[in-house]
Write a protein that binds this ligand. Structure first.
Ligand SMILES: Nc1ncnc2c1ncn2[C@@H]1O[C@H](COP(=O)(O)OP(=O)(O)OP(=O)(O)O)[C@@H](O)[C@H]1O
Ligand SMILES: [Mg+2]
Length: 145
């Protein structure tokens, strides 16, 4: 079964049809790109799938269950994550804290969220660098990473 099924997705902004009858499947582990010229409707599709916009007509199934009408945080809990064209981390938090904050959407307990963040940082090759920076910071040598 596809992980994500989008069927006949349509979004109108007033008289402008930004997305018209879009259908696609995404299989588990598949990397799928969405391409098109400026204004083609790519960001609108992401906003629809993640609940930031409500579709005019649609079917969006995640693992066989509809996510249409759910709030963005509920869709995130089901497993859809997104990033934005302009990235906006929390500037007063450290890198590790920013990642841990995201992990709280899957783990309510602080220690488990921190452990998940550490796994993610390890996967993208940042864990060692941050551990080094944090050690320096603990010594009072540098500012937070
Ligand atoms: N909230 C909105 N209200 C009205 N019109 C919108 C809104 N969001 C997008 N549009 C319009 O919908 C169309 C699709 O826009 P969208 O941002 O999805 O395109 P895109 O493919 O992501 O473009 P880009 O490559 O520039 O990021 C455009 O004509 C845009 O002006
Ligand atoms: Mg866009």
């Amino acid at each position: 079964m596809p992980l994500l099924t989008v069927t006949d997705l349509t979004k109108d902004f007033g008289g402008l049809r930004a997305v018209s009858g879009l259908s696609f499947d995404a299989e588990p582990g598949e990397i799928l790109g969405l391409i098109g010229p400026n204004g083609a409707g790519k960001t609108t599709v992401f906003n629809l799938v993640t609940g930031f916009l409500r579709p005019t007509a649609r079917r969006i199934l995640l693992a066989g269950r509809s996510v249409v009408g759910l709030r963005p945080h509920a869709i995130t809990r089901r497993g859809i994550a997104r990033t934005f064209q302009v990235v906006k981390p929390f500037p007063r938090l450290s890198v590790r804290e920013n990642v841990t904050l995201a992990a709280f959407s899957h783990e309510a307990a602080r220690r488990r969220a921190e452990a998940l963040a550490a796994q993610v940082l390890e996967r993208v090759g940042l864990q060692d660098k941050l551990a080094e920076a944090e050690a320096d910071q603990a010594d009072g040598r540098t500012q937070p990473a």
